[in-house]
Design a protein around this ligand. Structure first.
Ligand code: IMP
Ligand code: MG
Length: 188
Protein backbone atom coordinates (compact mmCIF):
# COMPACT_ATOMS: atom_id res chain seq x y z
CA UNK A 1 0.00 0.00 0.00
CA UNK A 2 2.76 2.45 0.96
CA UNK A 3 4.54 1.93 -2.34
CA UNK A 4 1.47 2.98 -4.27
CA UNK A 5 0.63 5.92 -2.02
CA UNK A 6 4.09 7.49 -2.24
CA UNK A 7 3.39 8.27 -5.89
CA UNK A 8 0.23 10.28 -5.24
CA UNK A 9 0.16 13.69 -6.95
CA UNK A 10 2.47 16.23 -5.29
CA UNK A 11 4.21 13.79 -2.94
CA UNK A 12 7.90 14.67 -3.12
CA UNK A 13 9.55 12.46 -0.51
CA UNK A 14 8.72 10.36 2.51
CA UNK A 15 10.09 11.85 5.71
CA UNK A 16 8.88 9.34 8.32
CA UNK A 17 7.91 5.81 7.32
CA UNK A 18 5.09 3.93 9.00
CA UNK A 19 7.64 1.66 10.69
CA UNK A 20 9.69 4.57 12.05
CA UNK A 21 6.52 6.19 13.37
CA UNK A 22 5.36 2.97 15.04
CA UNK A 23 8.72 2.54 16.79
CA UNK A 24 8.71 6.13 18.05
CA UNK A 25 5.10 5.91 19.23
CA UNK A 26 5.99 2.85 21.35
CA UNK A 27 8.78 4.86 23.02
CA UNK A 28 6.48 7.80 23.67
CA UNK A 29 3.81 5.55 25.14
CA UNK A 30 6.32 4.05 27.58
CA UNK A 31 7.67 7.48 28.57
CA UNK A 32 4.18 8.83 29.19
CA UNK A 33 3.25 5.80 31.23
CA UNK A 34 6.34 6.17 33.42
CA UNK A 35 5.78 9.89 33.95
CA UNK A 36 2.42 9.64 35.70
CA UNK A 37 1.89 7.85 39.04
CA UNK A 38 0.50 4.40 38.26
CA UNK A 39 -2.61 4.81 40.40
CA UNK A 40 -3.67 8.18 39.01
CA UNK A 41 -6.07 8.60 36.14
CA UNK A 42 -4.98 10.26 32.93
CA UNK A 43 -7.27 12.19 30.58
CA UNK A 44 -5.81 12.19 27.07
CA UNK A 45 -7.27 14.86 24.81
CA UNK A 46 -6.73 14.63 21.07
CA UNK A 47 -6.78 17.70 18.89
CA UNK A 48 -8.87 16.96 15.83
CA UNK A 49 -8.63 16.41 13.05
CA UNK A 50 -4.87 16.34 12.62
CA UNK A 51 -3.98 14.24 15.67
CA UNK A 52 -6.51 11.47 15.09
CA UNK A 53 -4.10 8.82 13.81
CA UNK A 54 -1.23 9.65 16.16
CA UNK A 55 -3.67 9.78 19.07
CA UNK A 56 -5.14 6.36 18.40
CA UNK A 57 -1.71 4.75 18.09
CA UNK A 58 -0.36 6.61 21.12
CA UNK A 59 -3.10 5.65 23.59
CA UNK A 60 -2.64 2.02 22.58
CA UNK A 61 1.02 2.33 23.56
CA UNK A 62 0.22 3.66 27.05
CA UNK A 63 -0.12 0.63 29.28
CA UNK A 64 -2.03 1.95 32.30
CA UNK A 65 -5.56 0.78 33.09
CA UNK A 66 -6.78 4.17 34.28
CA UNK A 67 -7.00 6.30 31.16
CA UNK A 68 -9.84 8.19 29.51
CA UNK A 69 -9.99 9.93 26.17
CA UNK A 70 -11.68 13.00 24.81
CA UNK A 71 -11.35 15.32 21.82
CA UNK A 72 -11.21 18.97 20.94
CA UNK A 73 -11.60 20.41 17.49
CA UNK A 74 -9.61 23.49 16.70
CA UNK A 75 -9.60 25.17 13.35
CA UNK A 76 -7.69 27.95 11.71
CA UNK A 77 -9.54 30.62 9.83
CA UNK A 78 -8.76 29.95 6.21
CA UNK A 79 -7.49 26.77 4.65
CA UNK A 80 -3.88 26.87 3.61
CA UNK A 81 -0.34 27.43 4.67
CA UNK A 82 -0.62 31.12 5.63
CA UNK A 83 0.87 31.70 9.08
CA UNK A 84 -1.26 34.76 9.85
CA UNK A 85 -4.41 32.82 10.79
CA UNK A 86 -6.55 32.84 13.92
CA UNK A 87 -7.33 29.77 16.00
CA UNK A 88 -10.94 28.91 16.77
CA UNK A 89 -12.24 26.24 19.14
CA UNK A 90 -15.11 24.68 17.21
CA UNK A 91 -15.83 21.64 19.37
CA UNK A 92 -15.13 21.33 23.07
CA UNK A 93 -14.45 18.27 25.25
CA UNK A 94 -17.29 16.47 27.03
CA UNK A 95 -15.14 15.75 30.08
CA UNK A 96 -14.66 18.12 32.97
CA UNK A 97 -11.02 19.22 33.21
CA UNK A 98 -10.73 20.50 36.78
CA UNK A 99 -8.52 18.43 39.05
CA UNK A 100 -7.42 15.95 36.37
CA UNK A 101 -4.11 15.01 34.79
CA UNK A 102 -4.57 16.22 31.21
CA UNK A 103 -2.36 15.18 28.33
CA UNK A 104 -3.02 17.17 25.15
CA UNK A 105 -2.07 15.38 21.95
CA UNK A 106 -1.28 17.62 18.98
CA UNK A 107 -0.29 16.69 15.44
CA UNK A 108 2.32 19.32 14.65
CA UNK A 109 3.65 22.54 16.12
CA UNK A 110 4.29 25.12 13.44
CA UNK A 111 3.83 28.75 14.57
CA UNK A 112 2.66 27.52 17.99
CA UNK A 113 -0.56 29.54 17.81
CA UNK A 114 -2.87 26.56 18.11
CA UNK A 115 -1.04 25.12 21.10
CA UNK A 116 -0.88 28.46 22.94
CA UNK A 117 -4.57 29.09 22.42
CA UNK A 118 -5.80 25.61 23.33
CA UNK A 119 -3.51 25.31 26.36
CA UNK A 120 -4.74 28.69 27.62
CA UNK A 121 -8.29 27.37 27.44
CA UNK A 122 -7.48 24.09 29.20
CA UNK A 123 -5.28 25.57 31.90
CA UNK A 124 -8.01 28.12 32.62
CA UNK A 125 -10.14 25.17 33.78
CA UNK A 126 -7.73 24.24 36.58
CA UNK A 127 -6.47 20.79 35.61
CA UNK A 128 -4.31 19.01 38.17
CA UNK A 129 -1.58 18.93 35.53
CA UNK A 130 -1.30 19.80 31.85
CA UNK A 131 1.29 18.28 29.55
CA UNK A 132 1.60 18.25 25.79
CA UNK A 133 2.67 15.47 23.45
CA UNK A 134 3.20 16.65 19.87
CA UNK A 135 3.81 14.21 17.07
CA UNK A 136 5.93 16.69 15.10
CA UNK A 137 7.66 19.97 15.94
CA UNK A 138 9.01 22.34 13.30
CA UNK A 139 11.01 24.27 15.95
CA UNK A 140 10.13 27.61 14.41
CA UNK A 141 7.47 28.77 16.87
CA UNK A 142 8.22 32.25 18.20
CA UNK A 143 6.49 32.26 21.56
CA UNK A 144 5.59 28.83 22.91
CA UNK A 145 4.01 29.26 26.33
CA UNK A 146 3.60 25.52 26.86
CA UNK A 147 6.64 23.49 25.82
CA UNK A 148 5.65 19.96 24.84
CA UNK A 149 7.09 17.43 27.27
CA UNK A 150 7.10 14.79 24.53
CA UNK A 151 7.80 15.23 20.81
CA UNK A 152 7.75 12.45 18.25
CA UNK A 153 10.12 13.98 15.74
CA UNK A 154 11.58 17.33 14.77
CA UNK A 155 10.12 18.11 11.36
CA UNK A 156 11.53 19.80 8.27
CA UNK A 157 10.17 23.26 7.46
CA UNK A 158 8.18 22.02 4.48
CA UNK A 159 4.45 21.39 4.25
CA UNK A 160 3.88 17.83 5.40
CA UNK A 161 1.00 15.45 4.78
CA UNK A 162 0.03 11.99 5.98
CA UNK A 163 -0.55 10.27 9.33
CA UNK A 164 -3.31 12.79 10.05
CA UNK A 165 -1.76 15.84 8.40
CA UNK A 166 -3.47 17.34 5.40
CA UNK A 167 -3.26 19.83 2.63
CA UNK A 168 -6.73 21.21 1.93
CA UNK A 169 -8.25 18.09 3.52
CA UNK A 170 -6.28 15.65 1.39
CA UNK A 171 -3.83 12.91 2.39
CA UNK A 172 -4.68 12.56 6.07
CA UNK A 173 -5.06 8.83 5.55
CA UNK A 174 -1.52 8.14 4.36
CA UNK A 175 0.29 5.75 6.76
CA UNK A 176 3.53 7.78 6.55
CA UNK A 177 4.57 11.44 6.58
CA UNK A 178 5.71 13.06 3.35
CA UNK A 179 6.68 16.44 1.97
CA UNK A 180 4.16 17.74 -0.52
CA UNK A 181 4.49 20.32 -3.25
CA UNK A 182 1.44 22.55 -2.60
CA UNK A 183 1.44 23.68 -6.23
CA UNK A 184 0.88 20.15 -7.45
CA UNK A 185 -2.47 19.77 -5.72
CA UNK A 186 -3.73 23.36 -6.07
CA UNK A 187 -7.27 23.56 -7.38
CA UNK A 188 -8.11 19.90 -6.72
P1 IMP B 1 0.38 26.33 14.39
O1 IMP B 1 -0.83 26.88 15.11
O2 IMP B 1 0.94 27.29 13.39
O3 IMP B 1 1.43 25.76 15.31
O4 IMP B 1 -0.13 25.19 13.48
C1 IMP B 1 -0.65 24.09 13.99
C2 IMP B 1 -1.65 23.47 13.06
O5 IMP B 1 -1.44 23.83 11.69
C3 IMP B 1 -1.47 22.00 13.15
O6 IMP B 1 -2.30 21.46 14.17
C4 IMP B 1 -1.84 21.54 11.77
O7 IMP B 1 -3.22 21.32 11.69
C5 IMP B 1 -1.47 22.69 10.87
N1 IMP B 1 -0.14 22.50 10.26
C6 IMP B 1 1.00 23.15 10.54
N2 IMP B 1 2.01 22.72 9.78
C7 IMP B 1 1.50 21.74 8.99
C8 IMP B 1 2.06 20.91 7.95
O8 IMP B 1 3.25 20.94 7.61
N3 IMP B 1 1.19 20.04 7.36
C9 IMP B 1 -0.13 19.95 7.71
N4 IMP B 1 -0.68 20.70 8.67
C10 IMP B 1 0.13 21.61 9.30
MG1 MG C 1 -4.76 21.10 10.08
Amino acid sequence: MSEISTSYPGIERVVFTGDAIAARVRELGRAIDEFYPADEELLVIGLLKGAFMFFSDLVRAVGRPSLKIDFLTAALYGDGTDASREVQLIQDTESPIAGRHVLLVEDIIDTGKTLNRICDVISGRAPRSLEVCAFLHKRIAGELRYEPRWVGFDAPHDWLVGYGLDLGGLYRHLPFVAVIDPEAVRGR
